[in-house]
Design a protein around this ligand. Structure first.
Ligand code: NAP
Length: 283
């Protein structure tokens, strides 16, 4: 492949950073790398110090707090693309630090495993300096399907954590389900195809829930909080002998919604319990 003269430095060569550096290299970019433990950088042009980074700097370390001393080595004038995971507050603090140090800041998150990097199934979300993002978009698109969320650098981390929250609660629900049906002698391979079909149906309901949350109109002809609270009580009851913390937590949310007078409303109204509102808007 013809060499792309554009330079990119990847700081942090863990599982994810190595995948990023490899994808840039495959795409023909001029890649240099830095890692705390130099041995992991075999096969790449290695920087002795982050201060020597060339071109766009992409960071991918474990956490934002351990990353800061590394960032402090970067010279003013650097364009930094921060792909280290963290919270919205951490991203905003890093952006603030960057602006005080003459560093152009783009924040990003990776919604993928390292093995997917370099394929369209890897999804990356970015925000921050729009001109810098536009300038380096082609480079970043090498990593996967990219979306720019706007100037607010807190948004990629907010989306990341919100989406991971969906993933973790779904996975925990699935594992609880396997334990429950396993107690009835049903093996995972028998139950899983039913579960994946069910998840498609659940996913198809999300836009309806989202519309209700957006409008605050929780009236329903479909399924009330009351009926779901009863179903959750059955699930917890049937989970005796298991660690039932997952369904118990959900049951408690629904019971609180009932206690708040939301029993006749739709399931979307449970968001008002999560928001710690006092009930739902009157209609
Ligand atoms: P990892 O394999 O554990 O690598 C961690 C990296 O951070 C290594 O380069 C490590 O350097 C470096 N590091 C740790 N402590 C350091 C310190 N005190 N000073 C300097 N460098 C330090 O983790 P990873 O899976 O690559 O994850 C990196 C980031 O990508 C995380 O923020 C993670 O949330 C995010 N991410 C990962 C995945 C995934 O599936 N792996 C998916 C999405 C997002 P050493 O080699 O010297 O230890």
């Amino acid at each position: 492949m013809q060499k792309n003269p554009k330079q990119v430095s990847v700081l942090g060569l863990g599982r994810m950073g190595s995948a990023l550096a490899a994808a840039f290299t495959r795409a023909g970019y001029d890649v240099t790398v830095w890692n705390r433990t130099p041995g992991k950088a075999a096969g790449f042009a290695v920087l002795a110090d982050p201060a020597e980074a060339r071109g766009v700097v992409v960071t991918c370390l474990s956490t934002c707090d351990i990353q800061r001393p590394v960032l402090e080595r970067l010279p003013a004038g650097t364009t930094l693309v921060n792909l280290t995971s963290g919270t919205p507050a951490e991203a905003r603090a890093t952006a603030e630090w960057a602006s005080q140090h003459g560093i152009t800041y783009v924040d990003g998150v990776i919604m993928a495993v390292p093995q997917a990097i370099g394929t369209p199934s890897a999804r990356l979300l970015f925000a921050g300096a729009e001109t810098a993002f536009a300038e380096h978009r082609e480079l970043l698109e090498v990593l996967g399907t990219t979306t720019f969320l706007g100037a607010d650098v807190g948004l990629p981390a907010a989306y990341d954590l919100a989406l991971l929250g969906i993933m973790w609660t779904t996975m925990a629900g699935y594992l609880h389900a396997l334990a429950l049906v396993g107690g009835e002698g049903v093996a995972p391979e028998r139950f899983t195809p039913v579960a994946t079909g069910w998840l498609d149906a659940v996913g198809a309901n999300l836009p309806r829930l989202g519309e209700a949350v957006a409008s605050g109109d929780y009236r329903t002809e479909v399924s009330s909080v009351d009926i779901n609270a009863r179903g959750l009580a059955h699930l917890v009851e049937a989970s005796r002998g298991l660690d039932a913390r997952v369904p118990t937590a959900v049951r408690e949310l629904f019971e609180q919604a009932v206690a708040n007078g939301q029993g006749k409303h739709g399931v979307a109204s449970v968001v008002e319990v999560i928001r710690q509102s006092q009930g739902v808007p009157q209609r």
